[in-house]
Structures are given as C-alpha cells and as structure tokens.
Design a protein around this ligand. Structure first.
Ligand code: SF4
Length: 260
C-alpha cells in the first residue's frame, strides 16, 4: 500500500524541448501525403516532447535572402559597367548552372559551369546543401507557398507516374542534346552547321543577359515556377518534377557521407 502511494507521489519527469527541423530534402516524397518539407517526428518522441521553434528555418531564409541580394548586385554591377564603361563593360558570366549547357555545346568553360561542377562535387560529400541553402528558386517556392497559405489558397497537387521524368527530360535536353546533336552532325545524319567544339575559359562577357529570356517571358516563368507549380505540384513541386539540376543532385546525394 505504502509502496503504491509512493508510486503515485512520484514527481513527473521534466520534459525537454526538442528542436524539430524542416527537411530541405527536395527528393520526391515517399508517400502522397508526406511532402518533402513535412515535419517528421516519431510518435514516441511526440508524446514526450514539447516542440520548440526551429532556428534553422530562420537561418536558411536569411542565407537565401543573401543569395538573392548577390544576384541583384551582379546584375546592377553589369548595368553600371555598361553605363560607365567600368571594366571595359565586361562582367562575370552568369553564375547559373544552366550556363553549363554552353560547355556541352561549344566547350566554353564559364562561371556557371565551374559553379555547377563545384556544387555537384560538394553534393557528393555534404549532400544537397545547395538545394537548402543556395538556390534562388527554392526561396521563390517557399515564398509562394507561404503567401498562398496566408491568402487561404490550398494547393491541389496531382501525381502521375510519369511526372518525375520531367526533370530528367529537361536535364537531358539541356546538357545531353548538344552532345548528341554534334555526334549526329559528325555522322552526317543531321545537316546543320555547328560552331567548333573547343575547350576554352570564358569567365567574363559584356552581354550578361544574352542567355536569359526577355522580361515578358521571365515574369510569366517566375509565376509558373512559383505559384502555379506550388499549386499543382506541391510545396517543392518544381524541385521534384521540373528542375534539371535536381536530376543530378538526387543520385549524388545518395553517395554523400555528410549532411549540411
Ligand atoms: S532541386 Fe533545383 S530548384 Fe530545387 S532547390 Fe535544388 S537546384 Fe533549386
């Protein structure tokens, strides 16, 4: 009896706050209901834990904001170099992985190729750090998702088994097609004039915007890859089903021994 009273009087164990971090993993969700940025916590720890607000989300937002500022600074410096003739009107070529398509097509080693190469190699070591901490599109998606939530718009993502092939198709078109096209021309199966393929360093140029679309194309694209993609494909829909770089990052991430 005395023993059971002592049992009843036992003081409750103190409950430690547990920090729950949102995943920055952009791979396809394992189930239809689990979005890539779902908070995951086991049932046992949920019973014994008080959830404290995550710090990493705030840090990530700050870092991604700085990335946007760096992009704007690059464009402004180019504009000033054009207007005032600084550095002979030249600026660094875009630090954008899509620029590596020029390397496939003509052998031009530009800043975009070097950046993409470094991102791929480091992904093999640290995982998809770039997707969580360096990509300007992920901020756009997060921002659109947040705005839609504030406006009470609920995304209605749909899935088909072919959808994940979209990112792979884009990657093959961007980096593989120029190589295949050249091979077909060399074999005489395609009648076309191509500039010679010659490996050469090309880190600055005066026409910074030459490989980017005009504003009338860029603004609808931002709308599509932001709001429309989040609405129809989910919070990280562009990452999972539309990003050609993700098609490279995903398999390399599996090799990574570390995580950032
Ligand atoms: S998958 Fe593509 S769009 Fe998504 S975060 Fe990674 S690089 Fe950016």
């Amino acid at each position: 009896m005395a023993r059971s009273r002592a049992k009843r009087k036992k003081r409750p164990r103190s409950i430690k706050p547990v920090e729950v971090k949102p995943t920055t993993d952009c791979r396809a969700p394992r189930s239809r209901t689990a979005a890539p940025d779902t908070f995951q916590i086991s049932a046992a720890s949920a019973r014994s834990a008080v959830i404290a607000p995550s710090q990493s989300g705030r840090h990530r937002a700050i870092v991604l904001g700085l990335v946007q500022l760096l992009i704007v600074a690059h464009v402004v410096l180019w504009w000033l170099s054009q207007r005032y003739g600084w550095w002979g009107g030249y600026t660094l070529t875009p630090i954008e992985p899509s620029e590596a398509a020029e390397t496939s097509a003509e052998g031009v080693i530009n800043a975009g190729f070097l950046f993409f190469f470094a991102a791929l190699v480091s992904t093999m070591v640290f995982g998809r750090w770039f997707c969580g901490w360096g990509c300007h599109v992920v901020l756009l998606q997060d921002l659109c998702g947040w705005l839609m939530k504030r406006l009470g718009v609920r995304p209605k993502p749909f899935r088909t088994r072919w959808l994940p092939l979209g990112a792979l198709g884009l990657a093959l078109y961007l980096y593989g097609w120029p190589l295949l096209e050249r091979a077909l021309v060399d074999l005489g199966w395609l009648a076309q004039e191509l500039p010679p393929w010659q490996a050469r360093l090309h880190l600055t140029k005066p026409d910074f915007w030459a490989t980017f679309p005009d504003w009338w194309l860029a603004i609808p694209f931002l709308f599509i890859s932001g709001f429309a993609t989040v609405y129809f494909l989910g919070a990280k829909g562009f990452c999972t089903y539309g990003c050609p770089y993700g098609a490279f990052f995903a398999p390399l991430d599996k090799l990574a021994p570390g995580r950032i």
